[in-house]
Design a protein. Sequence first.
Length: 153
Amino acid sequence: MRKAIILFLVILLLGGGGIALWKVGLPYLAEQKKQEAAARPAPAPKYVTMAPFIVPMIREGVVTEHVTLAIKLEVGGDVAITDLQNRLPQLRDAFITELYSLYSLRYVQEHVDDIQFTKQRLLKVGNKLLGGNVLTAILVTGIETRKLGRRAG
């Protein structure tokens, strides 16, 4: 009888410990895992370099300057670079269309070196084409303007 009581008490203690672990310990462990996941650094962004864009600036029907833009695309998350590279011709076409329409505006022509507006527009066009927030930033690695002189004809 004494052994049965001791065995019953051991089982009761083990059961109580298991229930306490389940009620108190498991939520604590889940919280620890969430904190560890949040503490992990975000994956490093990937970059895709595009061929330079050469855009004419037209004033009164005449090309007066050429603007050359060198652009890198910052890709966030787990986007497959190969999928993005397969869509680069479409993306380049959309960027060229947007750049031509932008550089036809007088404000943009007069503020060629202020590139933030252009970057925002290209980012919007790129994410619209690719879907979601695939592109996290547009990096302009170089900008050059070349004035065209009129030739005597």
